[in-house]
Ligand binder design. Structure first.
Ligand SMILES: [Cu+2]
Length: 145
């Protein structure tokens, strides 16, 4: 009886010590940007964000030396049938083992009051702030597409 109790204790202790800490593992690919076709003072960044970890993460915010500020936006269909964009109220979820694409006509990181760095072929630094993974600085190539 006592032995069995000790065995259970031992198993519980082993399980507790072996339980791996769930972590997110964020990588960012294919980062590019362009001047906004509609808003002369703005630009947009697009990219593929992958999470190969076993915990979900969130893209909370961004910043760039080439922008006054960076906001997370999504394109939406307005009541009158034209496209507009909304400032996201919540961070962008990056699921564990999943990916999220910021792409034209959908989610994007908006460069507010861009500086003169958005010439085609230029490289613009962008820092992304993730809830768990922390800051990731990437380089966006400015493209004409
Ligand atoms: Cu936008």
């Amino acid at each position: 009886m006592k032995l069995r109790f000790l065995a259970i204790l031992l198993i519980v202790a082993l399980l507790a010590s072996c339980a791996p800490q769930a972590k997110s593992d964020i990588s960012v690919e294919g980062v590019w940007g362009r001047p906004s076709p509609k808003y002369p003072t703005s630009g947009a960044f697009y990219m593929l964000i992958k999470n190969s970890g076993d915990a979900p993460d969130k893209l909370v915010s961004g910043s760039s030396p080439s922008c006054e500020s960076v906001e997370l936006h999504e394109m939406v269909m307005k009541d009158d049938g034209t496209m507009g964009m909304n400032l996201l109220e919540n961070p962008i979820d990056i699921p564990a083992g999943g990916q999220v694409e910021l792409k034209v006509g959908d989610l994007h990181a908006m460069c507010i009051m861009k500086k003169d760095d958005f010439q085609i072929g230029a490289k613009v630094e962008l820092t992304l702030n993730f809830e768990k993974a922390g800051e990731k600085t990437v380089t966006a190539e400015i493209m004409d597409k």
